[in-house]
Design a protein around this ligand. Structure first.
Ligand code: 1YM
Length: 652
């Protein structure tokens, strides 16, 4: 091993054998480790890992923004599988450092975790999937080139899979400053090397919101894909809240914005309540990194919000006697962004998605206690509207609690009886079982006849389902259409939801491939999203894909999932001469198939196609559900018109 390293060191740096030193060997082993276990550094080698490469480079540019030297970033997808990130900051330092004999630039691209050691903006992040830096991107790229505009010169250096292929040299003059990095992800490493423009744009939009005043331009130069978006939000996270709420009905016109600074850290919060919304939508960030599991900053925010609202209610007599608002009451209908920046952020939990620095709890708590109280005093109309909503929420929650207790009591009396319509399976281990939720009684009948009852359970539903987007929890608990779903799954609902009690680890929605089918599917997904989110986050929910076409030739019957399969099946069935007559009909619904056909096409694990429902992006998911199922008609029309051409894919 050591010998091999020495040999490589010689190759790379073109040095005589006596010139190597320990640090070079370390460099090499470092980047080799990245190529051996890429998942450790970028999470995975799937599309998400691929996009991580871009975020790492962009993070360095944004650090330069935080340091106050950069206000423009470009992200360009080229035609040949490469991508360029450019900024107009100071440019990565290129002078040779005395101790090491190399440039900072070389170190940044060849030493693991160089960013941390060289402390760029002071807000570097320790550990985790983030901030692992440019050297990781370099190691995982077929090639990478950097050009730095600095001190009137253009400096250039090139690499291949982490190895230097061109030493740092001056290639021209310039009157600008900044850094430009172009790289080609290594197809030996990644399953798929195609960048997704939408994914990059969503992330860049988030970063533009979090760094108000920074312009990020995303451009797709690939043939047939051309697109460009210029993302610039002077108002920062205020505009982020406005963006999330753009298809909701705000309770007060202006987003509430408060912020504070300390020696080493900053905190800012933007929030707005919506009257027509009954859930909460809180996004928190630490050093521009999303913390979906919250952490200290979010805890401080929630504690202070509850206290400030209760105090205001008492002071104004809107709350009487022992009346008290719970945290949930105070957050009903809120959209909030919490963004903190700090030194040595500690990210905790298995996925490093929770902020652990306890000083952030008191910092954000104090910020809100002080400044939200002042804001309420100065804007009593806003404060009253928010408090009114929280008080209504509190009453509804009390009603919901009674309804839920009723269900619990009933369950206890009836020994947790399962819904009468449920045809359960024999297997007891949830990891091995599947629940098919089926639209319609006749399809339910076919499914019961066709299933493998050892591990497949069937729950038929019929008629239109309650739209939970327009209802509060108390309506949901007592709803006769939803109760069978809740009891069949066995894991409870809302705060009570307990993943470990889930009775089936695959929950498969089976509905017709038509408008009614997709409506009932969307309603069920909305219900899961709002009241059993861990079910979706845990990847338990699937959509069955019944075939769209039925092909008949004489006594032979075949089914095709989509147009592509239809063409294939037609060619095969017509036979060599292409003359045999094949009858094609559109599959009108699940009820059209008999038990055996339903098993073969849609339920047999060997032959069926299931689509897993994923929660890739909380902002987008929230938006889709609000737009599709919420109160406002106009945004829904716009959405449907915009996406009508993708209607087949939208059919989730
Ligand atoms: C397209 C990617 O990496 N920009 C960038 C990086 C650095 C600087 C400026 C920079 C930092 C500092 C001083 C400093 C980095 N420098 C380093 C290191 N864009 C991109 N722009 N001067 C310039 O932190 O003091 C790491 S990142 F370590 F070399 F200083």
């Amino acid at each position: 091993m050591a010998e091999e390293s020495l040999k490589n060191t010689e190759d790379i740096n073109g040095m005589a054998n006596g010139d190597y030193d320990a640090s070079h060997i370390q460099v090499l082993e470092g980047l080799e480790a990245v190529r051996k276990r890429p998942g450790m550094y970028i999470g995975s080698t799937s599309t998400s890992g691929l996009h991580h490469l871009v975020y790492e480079i962009v993070d360095n540019a944004i650090d330069e923004t935080l340091a106050g030297y950069c206000d423009e970033v470009f992200v360009i997808i080229h035609n040949n599988g490469t991508l360029t990130v450019t900024d107009n900051g100071r440019g990565i330092p290129v002078d040779i450092q005395e101790q090491t004999g190399t440039s900072a630039l070389e170190v940044v691209f060849t030493v693991l975790h160089a960013g941390g050691k060289f402390g760029s903006g002071g807000y570097k992040v320790a550990g985790g999937l983030h901030g692992v830096g440019a050297s990781v991107v370099n190691a995982l790229s077929e090639w990478l080139e950097v050009r730095v505009h600095r001190n009137g010169k253009i400096h250039e250096m090139k690499f291949s899979r982490g190895d230097i292929t061109q030493e740092l040299k001056i290639v021209g003059d310039t009157d600008k400053s900044g850094t430009e990095v172009t790289f080609k992800p290594d197809s030996d490493i990644f399953d798929d090397v195609n960048f997704n423009y939408e994914v990059l744009r969503t992330r860049m939009r988030e970063q533009a919101f979090l760094n108000g005043g920074l312009r990020i331009t995303v451009r797709d130069e690939r043939e047939g894909h051309t697109a460009e978006d210029s993302l610039y939000y002077e108002g920062g996270i205020i505009e982020f809240v406005e963006y999330i709420n753009r298809s909701k009905t705000p309770l007060h016109d202006n987003v509430v914005y408060i912020s504070d600074e300390r020696e080493d850290s900053t905190a800012e919060v933007a929030l707005q309540y919506c009257g027509d919304v009954y859930n909460e939508f809180i996004l928190s960030f630490a050093n521009n990194i999303n913390t979906p599991d919250g952490g200290m900053h979010e805890t401080g925010f929630k504690a202070a919000l509850t206290r400030v609202l209760n105090d205001y209610g008492k002071k104004t007599n809107m709350l009487k006697g022992d009346d008290k608002l719970s945290g949930e009451d105070c957050r009903e209908g809120i959209t909030a962004i919490i963004s903190v920046r700090l030194m040595d952020a500690q990210f905790e939990g298995q996925t490093k998605s929770k902020l652990g620095n306890s000083e952030m709890r008191t910092f954000v708590d104090n910020l809100l206690s002080e400044k939200l109280t002042i804001h309420f005093e100065e804007n009593p109309a806003v404060a009253r509207a928010i408090l009114d909503k929280a008080i209504t929420a509190s009453r509804a929650r009390e009603a919901a609690r009674k309804a839920r207790d009723n269900i619990r009591r009933k369950n206890a009396l009836e020994g947790m009886s399962l819904p009468g319509k449920l045809a359960d399976c024999n297997e007891a281990d949830p990891a091995l079982t599947e629940l098919y939720i089926v639209e319609g009684d006749s399809a339910g009948g076919s499914a019961k006849g066709g299933r493998d009852s050892r591990f497949q359970a069937i729950l038929p539903l019929f008629g239109k389902m309650l739209n939970v987007e327009k209802a509060r929890a108390d309506k949901v608990y007592g709803n006769e259409k939803l109760t069978p779903v809740i009891t069949a799954l066995g894991a409870g609902i809302g705060e009570d939801f307990d993943e470990s009690k889930l009775r089936y680890h695959k929950v498969i929605l089976m509905a017709d491939a038509d408008v009614d089918g997709s409506h009932i599917r969307t309603l069920l997904l909305t219900f899961f999203f709002r009241f059993m989110r861990p079910l979706i986050e845990g990847g338990y929910v699937y959509a069955a894909q019944p075939p769209l076409f039925k092909l008949t030739r004489g006594k032979t019957v075949r089914w095709a999932l989509n147009e592509v399969e239809l063409e294939e099946a037609l060619t095969e069935m017509r036979g060599e001469d292409g003359k045999s007559r094949v009858d094609v009909s559109r599959n009108k619904g699940l009820g059209e198939m008999d038990a055996h056909e339903l098993w073969e096409t849609t339920m047999n694990p060997e032959t069926r196609v299931l689509k897993r429902i994923e929660m890739t992006d909380a902002v987008e998911a929230d938006e889709v559900f609000t737009v599709l199922m919420g109160e406002k008609v106009e945004p829904r029309k716009e959405y449907i018109e915009k996406y009508a051409k993708y209607a087949i894919n939208l059919d989730m």
